[in-house]
Design a protein around this ligand. Structure first.
Ligand code: PLP
Length: 389
């Protein structure tokens, strides 16, 4: 494959980590996970960071925590405003907890939720907005945050695609009452599988910590507001307070995360250098709509939408890319409303969903990763230039 979708961000340091963890002989969540969490909260300027086994589990545990808050917990039947484009596991926990989804269209250029339509989705049952910054590009987080403040709603930030992105110098993933990250292969840092929950709220943090490990009280400090320790140590060691999960990460993932975080700035720099080449080639060409940066993107990938005014079909472009050995895929998961699984959801669409469908039918992305991709991007340009005429 001349230009694959993804590539490894590991080097010799990560290889050594395998040996170190093997030598230590502790494989389940331990010191390395704790160290990674501290480094993560320092790096992204958020008081509490909790590592879990994946970004999807981060979404599940994080949402679950909001259902067990002492004050203003979410309840079944509450409404949540969501974008029409995101990954499937942004939505699944919402369905699993009995929330009603109100889908808003996205913007054709940023690919993010159309925040001008928020008021249209608001009812007396609305309790939360889900913010997703698609493929590294910050969504209108300030607008979403003030809307939530104004209407006393939770802001849930699924930032699994946008580690390292910032808006007004604030890290994406830290605007919400709770934010989630993924450290899956091909993401901005990789721990094989892994995810992180970030929050400023101590109660949410303690709830998420307990929910991560069986709804147990283990590791929850004695002065926590989520339970009162009693005197019988025998029972206290195995006390269960919440219907939780096993979402614990491996110690190896924590150790890999420590090494990857040390490099995250330089990994992001290379992605951004590649992005400059991509934008210089495609940015001014009316045949293609590329992702318009809002704030500072962490450029997960390079998206192309074939301008809806053109008669050219995507299949034409795709045939040429296949021949040139350039890998491509649908943008995130496409329009979620187009998937069979939607039949299990309680949902409504708010206004017409036009752009998400265009993205589903006329969009695709190619890879970006921390390697110099000049030759690949230039060839990508040449192939599309001659295929889309
Ligand atoms: C927006 C979004 N949320 C959640 C996830 C799930 O992350 P993971 O693959 O680590 O489970 C992804 C995956 O890429 C994603 O793109």
């Amino acid at each position: 494959m001349f230009y694959p979708l993804s590539s490894n961000s590991w080097d010799k340091e990560e290889a050594e980590v395998f040996q170190q963890v093997l030598k230590k002989g502790r494989f389940t969540m331990g010191e390395n996970v704790k160290k990674f969490e501290s480094a993560f909260s320092l790096k992204f300027g958020v008081p509490y960071a909790l590592m879990v086994s994946s970004g999807s589990m981060a979404n599940l545990v994080a949402l679950s925590a909001l259902f067990y808050k002492k004050e203003h917990p979410l309840e079944r039947g509450d409404e949540v405003i969501v974008p029409s484009i995101s990954w499937a596991t942004t939505y699944y926990p919402l369905q699993q907890f009995g929330l009603k989804l109100k889908f808003l269209d996205v913007e054709l250029d940023t690919l993010n939720i159309d925040a001008t339509r928020l008021e249209d989705a608001l009812t007396s049952k609305t309790r939360m907005v889900v913010a997703v910054s698609i493929l590294g590009n910050p969504c209108a987080l300030n607008t979403l945050r003030s809307f939530c403040n104004q209407h006393k709603l939770y802001l849930f930030e699924d930032n699994c695609e946008s580690m390292g992105a910032t808006l007004d110098s604030k890290a994406c993933g830290t605007f919400g009452d709770i934010g989630t990250f993924s450290t899956f292969f091909s993401h901005h840092i990789s721990t094989m599988e892994g995810g992180v929950i970030a929050t400023e709220d101590e109660e949410i943090y303690h709830l998420a910590k307990s929910l991560r490990a069986h709804g147990w009280t283990r590791d929850i400090p004695l002065d926590s507001s989520i339970y009162k320790k009693e005197n019988d140590d025998f029972y206290e060691s195995y006390r269960f307070i919440l219907p939780g999960y096993n979402a614990r990460p491996l110690e190896l993932s924590g150790a890999l995360g420590i090494e990857q975080l040390k490099k995250v700035d330089s990994l992001l720099d290379i992605r951004r250098q590649n992005a400059r080449i991509f934008v210089s080639l495609f940015g001014e060409d009316e045949r293609f709509i590329i992702q318009k940066e809002n704030g500072i993107s962490s450029w997960f990938s390079f998206t192309i939408l074939l301008n809806p005014n053109l008669s050219v079909e995507r299949s034409q472009a795709i045939r040429a890319l296949r021949q040139a050995e350039i890998e491509f895929r649908i943008i995130t998961g496409g329009c979620f409303l187009r998937h069979d699984v939607i039949r299990y959801f309680d949902y409504e669409t708010v206004g017409d969903i036009v752009n998400a469908n265009i993205i589903h039918d006329r969009g695709f992305f190619v890879g970006n990763y921390p390697k110099d991709l000049r030759l690949q991007i230039e060839k990508f340009w040449k192939v599309l230039d001659s295929a889309v005429r």
